[in-house]
Design a protein around this ligand. Structure first.
Ligand SMILES: [Zn+2]
Length: 218
C-alpha cells in the first residue's frame, strides 16, 4: 500500500481550491457568512471511514465529530473537559441541526480493542477508559454469542455500540427535548466495509437493516 507524501496533501489542497474557490459565486461566499449544516454526524477516527467522503458531501453539509469507535458518552456533568459533549451541545443548541447520525463501521479498531483487549505502550491508557462507555455491549455480546467467531462478535459489538450511543444521546436534556417534540431525529448507520454497503438501525426491529445494498447484489 502506497502512503502519501506531504506534498501530495498540498496538491490535494490545490485541487480543493480550484474546485471551491474558482469562478464566480463560489460555495465559500455563502459559507463565509456562516455554517448551517442540517446534520451532526458522529463517526470514527478510522482513516477508511471519512464521513464527508462516504456520503459525498460538500463543505458545510455536515457537522462532524470523530472519535475512537464513534461513541457518544452519557451526559455527565462531572469533570469539565468533555469534547464530544461540547460538540453535540453546539450542534444541537447553536446550529440547530435537524438530525444526528451515529455512523459506525466494520473492522473498527476501537471495538477490537474493547473486545480483544489493547495493551497501551505507555503507562497512560486513554483507550481503555474511553471504550468502557460501551462495556455493557461487550458483556452482552459475550453472553449471547459465546461460541461465535471473533469477527462475528466484533461486528455484533460494533452494531450494538451504535444503538447504545443513540440511547446515550437522549441522556442529554437538550437532545431528548428536541427528539420528543419532533425537531431532531436520531439515526444509527453502519458502513459495511467488506461489502461496500450501508445499514441503518431500525428502532422497530431493534436491529440493522440494509439501506444501500452491495453493488454486486440484485
Ligand atoms: Zn472505528
Amino acid at each position: 500500500m502506497q502512503v502519501k507524501a506531504i506534498h501530495q496533501f498540498v496538491e490535494g489542497f490545490q485541487r480543493f481550491q480550484s474546485k471551491y474557490f474558482s469562478g464566480e459565486e463560489t460555495l465559500y461566499e455563502t459559507l463565509n457568512i456562516g455554517q448551517n449544516p442540517s446534520t451532526l454526524l458522529i463517526g470514527c477516527c478510522d482513516s477508511r471511514v471519512d464521513p464527508a467522503l462516504l456520503l459525498d458531501c460538500d463543505p458545510g453539509d455536515i457537522f462532524v465529530i470523530r472519535n475512537v469507535a464513534n461513541l457518544v458518552p452519557p451526559c455527565n456533568e462531572a469533570g469539565n473537559q468533555h469534547g464530544v459533549s461540547a460538540a453535540i451541545q453546539f450542534a444541537v443548541e447553536a446550529l440547530e441541526v435537524q438530525r444526528i447520525i451515529v455512523m459506525g463501521h466494520e473492522k473498527c479498531g476501537g471495538i477490537r480493542a474493547l473486545m480483544q483487549g489493547y495493551k497501551p505502550r505507555s503507562k497512560i491508557d486513554f483507550i481503555g477508559p474511553w471504550m468502557r462507555i460501551v462495556e455493557p455491549v461487550k458483556q452482552q455480546v459475550l453472553q449471547q454469542m459465546p461460541s461465535s467467531s471473533v469477527a462475528a462478535q466484533n461486528r455484533a459489538c460494533e452494531l450494538l455500540a451504535i444503538a447504545l450511543s443513540l440511547k446515550n444521546l437522549t441522556s442529554f436534556p437538550w437532545v431528548a427535548e428536541r427528539v420528543a417534540n419532533g425537531k431532531l431525529a436520531l439515526h444509527g448507520w453502519y458502513f459495511d466495509m467488506s461489502e461496500g454497503a450501508l445499514l441503518a438501525y431500525s428502532e422497530r426491529s431493534d436491529g440493522f437493516l440494509p439501506m444501500v445494498c452491495p453493488l454486486n447484489v440484485g
